[in-house]
Design a protein around this ligand. Sequence first.
Ligand code: SF4
Length: 292
Amino acid sequence: MDERLRQDLANWLDFYRQLGIEEFYRCTPGSVAPLPATPGGRAVGAHGHAPLPQPSAKPAITETKPAISLAAPVPPQRPEASETARTAPIRPPAPSLSLFETAPPKPSGPETLEQIRADLGDCQRCKLARGRQNIVFGEGNPHAELVFVGEGPGADEDEQGRPFVGRAGQLLNRMIQMIGMKREEVYICNVVKCRPPGNRAPEKDEVDACSPFLFRQLEAIKPRLICCLGSPAVRTVLGIKEGITKIHGQFYDFDNSKALATVHPAYVLRNPREEKILREDFEKIRKFLKGK
Ligand code: SF4
């Protein structure tokens, strides 16, 4: 080895020693080159055939420090908690939920029929909604002394959205006139507000879903007398399961009102001889409203 190369090699070895690298080896041809030393490691090597770098002069330690950058980069430190607290925006405390959980004040006094109708909305609370054309909420005098409750709309009622407008309704109108009243003076509604298919009787789940609206209507109107037309209305309003032909014409208490059961006009249309029952019961209604 000539003197110049020896001197260069000595300079490089001295340079690496100052960096803390103490051991050196030389790769022979065919050997596997080792990986560079780990950061802060103690060994370094070079292929035997690879030329060593040729520094022009012994490098100063300060100049070679970047070579140590083989070390993994130090991850950025999280700011101290206190620093986070300092720099985090100050948010106002969340408002108390109780401000929003408080139910809006209920209007004083009883509900109006308009409010109950609005609450019913486009009702889908039971399966009768699927086959209806119109909800038949009820109609008449919102301050009526006399309220008629049927079981549910028929085809004509479903089509028009009004209660008792078919043949049974015409018979009811005649009965109302018979006792000296006009249809506009009374209120007429049903246990269920949508037509049961095939005019069948409403089923229990349908009555359970819809009857709360009936009771709210009665509460809003506060009539003197409720006339239940047919067995489903009697069962719903009075909870009486006996046959209508046994209990018709009797007065029952319902809150601060009275209730009376009679046969449904549609039943009379199918059984014309039973019109006598209807007439007798309507005469009782007339006397009751006259205070007799
Ligand atoms: S019958 Fe009454 S509860 Fe059922 S969908 Fe009609 S309005 Fe709603």
